[in-house]
Each structure stands twice: as C-alpha cells, then as structure tokens.
Design a protein around this ligand. Structure first.
Ligand SMILES: Nc1nc2c(c(=O)[nH]1)N[C@H]1C(S)=C(S)[C@@H](COP(=O)(O)O)O[C@H]1N2
Ligand SMILES: [Mo]
Length: 165
C-alpha cells in the first residue's frame, strides 16, 4: 500500500513538468493549435514549423482526387500523432484555412484511420498555390468509402490553424 502511494506521488509530481514541454519551432511557424491541449510552446497555443511536423510518424497516400489531374501522392504527419503530441482532448477539431474556410473534424476520425496533414505533394513541399502548406488528406487509398462529398468537405487545404474543443 505504501508503495502504491509512493508511485502515485511520483506520477503526480512529474505530470505538471511534462505538460507544456513542447520545444519551440526554429523555423517559420506554419500551424497553430489551440483549445483543449496540454502541451504548448507559445502562450496557450502550440506552434509548429515544417521540420517539427516532418519529424512525426507520417504516411504517404496515393490517390485520385477531385482537385488534381490523375493520381497524386500526399505525404505528411499522421493526425493521430500530431494530436497526441499536443495532448489533445475533447471531441472535435476545427480546421481553419488561410481563406477562413473551416471544417469540423471529429477527433475520433484521426484515431480510426490514418488521416494525414499533408505537407508534400508528389514528394515536394506544397506551396500555397498547390493548396499547401498543409492539406487534410483522408486515406482514400485504403478507404474508398471515404471518397465522397462528405469527406471532400473535411479535406481542408491551405490550413493555418486547428482548434481542439
Ligand atoms: N481552404 C479551403 N479548403 C476547402 C474548401 C475551401 O473553400 N477552402 N472547400 C471544401 C469543400 S466544401 C469541398 S466539397 C471541397 C471542394 O473541392 P472543390 O471546390 O475542388 O470541388 O474542398 C474543401 N476544402
Ligand atoms: Mo463541399
């Protein structure tokens, strides 16, 4: 029993030190995450440059799309890994683009399937003109049932911010 209390005291004492321990970006920030997150590096928010995003486990999704000619390849960090890194809790992620278009994506979508925040198109960094710097890409290659208007609407391009709520 004494041992259990000792372990609990240890866990309680390290958790405040871990919360918020996210390194600040060295490069130009391209994404800001706010809302229900435990780990921050800029006030109440977590900001990311491309290198921080590319350091996360990712995926390449090769698929036809409504937006480009023929099959293209998208590469970027897994949404699940990004949201885990910031300690996201809650139920929804509001994804906002530079044109202020936004879409609400259930947090569960990121846990159920390998949705990525693509930052590369055909292995090259995605420019704003190519719908970069970040584009939500559902795994249309392994989930053809996602290939419909409901998921196209969640496929936000030119992303600048996420708000977890
Ligand atoms: N940044 C941004 N992403 C966006 C949109 C937008 O207006 N801006 N429209 C969304 C909607 S509602 C859909 S259905 C698809 C539309 O793609 P399309 O206009 O090429 O058909 O992109 C989604 N992603
Ligand atoms: Mo749409």
């Amino acid at each position: 029993m004494k041992r259990i209390f000792a372990v609990m005291a240890f866990v309680l004492s390290i958790s405040p030190a871990l919360a918020g321990a996210l390194p600040a970006p060295a490069g130009q920030p391209i994404l800001t995450i706010s809302g229900l997150i435990d780990n921050t590096n800029a006030g109440q928010t977590a900001v990311f440059d491309r290198a921080m995003l590319d350091a996360l486990p990712g995926r390449t999704t090769t698929t036809a799309t409504p937006w480009y000619d023929g099959k293209v390849s998208f590469t970027g960090p897994l949404g699940s890994e990004l949201l885990k890194l910031v300690g996201a809790h809650g139920t929804m992620v509001k994804v906002t683009a530079v044109d202020d278009y936004s879409s609400e994506i259930p947090l569960q979508d990121f846990l159920d399937s390998p949705v990525i925040f693509a930052d590369m198109l055909n292995a090259k960094p995605m420019s704003l003109r190519d719908k970069g710097p970040l584009f939500v890409i559902y795994p249309f290659d392994i989930r053809p049932d996602f290939y419909n208007e409901a998921y196209f609407g969640k496929s936000v391009w030119q992303i600048k911010a996420l708000e977890v709520h």
